[in-house]
Design a protein around this ligand. Sequence first.
Ligand code: GLC
Ligand code: CA
Length: 534
Amino acid sequence: MTGVKQYDFRSMSFYQIWIRSFCDGNGDGIGDLYGVYDKLEYIKSLGVDGIWFSPIYPSPNADYGYDISDYRNIHPDYGDLAQFKKVLQKAHGLGLKVILDLVINHTSDEHPWFLESRKGKDNPYSDYYIWRDPKWKRRAKRPPNNWFSQFEGLAWEYDDLREQYYLHVFAKKQPDLNMDNPKVREEVKGIMRFWLDMGVDGFREDVITYISKHPQLPDGIPFLPAINGLPFYKDGPNLLTYLKEFREVAREYGAIQIGEAPMTPVKTALRYLTGEDRVLDMMIQFDTMMADCFLTEFVHHGFWLAKLKRAFSRWQYALAGKAWNALYLENHDHPRVISRYGSEKYWRESGTMLAACYLFQQGTPFIYQGQEIGMTNIRLSSIDQYKDVASIHAYHAFYKHGSEEKRMHRIHLASRDSARTPMQWSVASNAGFSSAQPWFAVNPNYTQINVEQEERDPDSILNFYRRCLALRKSSQTLLWGHYREYIRHSRKIYLYERSYAGERILVMLCNYPETGTTGILRPYEVRVFQWGSE
Ligand code: GLC
Ligand code: CA
């Protein structure tokens, strides 16, 4: 295959920006590209090598940017194409790569393609989406199958204009594209080229493993709420073929592709990630997240270290020498880990321990805005104050049997909004995020947890992240070394080793306030030992 040589993303690390809450540069209470422009030096100072932007395109914000109404523009809230180009140029000048979110499983229902598609079966866009006739039962319209959407009720919505149902695996305002239509795939390639021609360095590809649906759309498994249809739209029959097509475009530019792959098992992942002709460079897998997140709220409550360790090790071992891991703990879907996996009481200890727990594994780390200063979950008093469609639905539909207190407790732990509060820059009003009233609540703990203060404190979580990222970058052992886990059965300690050319680095992490009989580590302590060469 021809193409431009790809840059070596393996030694890099990335910072994720969820722009609406990052930094407001023009004083309207909403984060934007003016704010990003001003903070690029800060991002660079962390020691990362690139930025992944969650969607910055025009969007009605039913799912805060993941419902796109124009793929080739910037949301007016965030600036315009000219400002994006400025950010891109400055980032490149600082040696930072820029990766955009490519959301092509679905569009917004306000996208012109959908507006056209609704009009009938004989317009050029009629097959851009997944439309089906109703099933009739006792003269009543029924959806084509029993699938539930992941965000709001049934996965099918009846459209009066077209007189058919359309499929939406996520919110109602996110109709799924019909990727089996070659015209849709050409559109995707066109969108990729549009941004790659501008100089963008790659894509994080949203729920990319959902784009090929089972042709018969069979009924799903009845007892799996919200994901009963999953086996029929995840890792579908044509996925690899379609990914190959997109890969060819990326190859022409040497761009990297990071695929988000909810619930894809590691064995399947290897199909996409292995070798020179791989179709994805890295995968955002959900095993680590499933140790405790909004998706597991249905099954079990609370964090489970054993599950997390197992997930980490499973991917480390399976990918070793064959493929490359994307490492992450937090993102815009996954609440703050100090509040979930660690302890707000032992804030500094658990924040630094959690950093070391993943940054020293083999892979390319992603750090979500605010994670580097140890931001914690927000706890708003009523569901009316929340914005996320999935959280609001969960409160009304899934948590409805609990007391108000219990329901809100689950929202506090698991809501995606918990990690979407404005970035805490300083002790100034609105945490230095904006001179105006921010679009979403600021966590009141900004007076203790903020960038300005942590810059001055050599032992802050912020400076610990910097040290870890610098150490990772300078160490052949941490970059390339063999991974091995010890005392797998410990329920309190996570212990792993990296070894390379005679050097060994041992990472010991305690994840509990009490270490009991082990007595080796203090609560939430981390120790890193290095021996061998040097
Ligand atoms: C991904 C995104 C999430 C979004 C969903 C639908 O999981 O990370 O934020 O809601 O896809 O686009
Ligand atoms: Ca703004």
